[in-house]
Design a protein around this ligand. Structure first.
Ligand SMILES: *[C@@H]1O[C@H](CO)[C@@H](O)[C@H](O)[C@H]1NC(C)=O
Ligand SMILES: *[C@@H]1O[C@H](CO)[C@@H](O)[C@H](O)[C@H]1NC(C)=O
Length: 179
């Protein structure tokens, strides 16, 4: 009887009020329920099997992921999202559980420029890399060179060094590039 009432309410698009309602293969849901309905449940719904939507899955609040995966272990399929012991979000990338932001790899690019009294050196990251930091240094023989500037320049870094007594000054520059 309870089954019949629930089914009727659902087909009419009427909200089913009460909590919690448990849907499982052995209780309220049977084949009769597999029709197009608009159901609204004002309470907790507990599904013992997989929950699938052919459209967007929306939450008006947070999404809690209880699935703990081990970073670096195998997974399938692509797109699966879980978390590790410390609740860092993981996603299944290339068949391996990895941090959701992707692993950041870096490479250091270098340039050095020598000039009389004032030298500017620039270095760029490759087109498929993004500059994340950088720096420079000044070299000269027998004396002091001023380290004038060091700043992001395009997708790379610029540094420049200055001396005032007619000497050759070398500016070295490094860019930390992420890919
Ligand atoms: C090194 O810096 C100089 C001066 O800015 C620049 O002309 C040259 O193209 C740079 N070389 C490399 C490999 O980035
Ligand atoms: C970046 O581009 C270079 C040159 O096109 C290529 O050799 C390299 O594999 C690329 N790196 C990544 C991480 O895509």
């Amino acid at each position: 009887m309870r089954k019949g009432i629930l089914f009727l309410a659902a087909t009419l698009g009427v909200s089913v009020v009460g909590s919690p309602i448990q849907f499982s293969e052995t209780s309220a849901v049977d084949n009769d329920m597999q029709t197009a309905i608009a159901a609204s449940i004002n309470g907790n719904a507990i599904v013992s099997g997989r929950l699938r939507s052919s459209d967007r899955f929306e939450s008006g609040e947070y999404v809690q992921i209880d699935g703990v995966a081990k970073r670096g272990s195998d997974c399938s399929p692509k797109g699966l999202v879980g978390r590790d012991d410390d609740s860092v979000l993981l996603s299944c990338q290339f068949g391996v559980w990895q941090r959701a932001g992707g692993n950041i790899n870096t490479v250091i690019r270098y340039n050095s420029t020598i000039d009389l009294d004032w030298s500017i050196s620039t270095v760029s990251c490759a087109a498929n890399e993004t500059v994340t930091g950088g720096g420079g240094s000044c070299l000269r023989e027998n004396g002091v060179a001023w380290f004038r500037r060091s700043f992001p320049h395009g997708n790379g870094w610029l540094a420049d060094c200055y001396a005032w007594d007619d000497v050759m000054v070398t500016t070295e520059v490094w860019a930390i590039c992420a890919y």
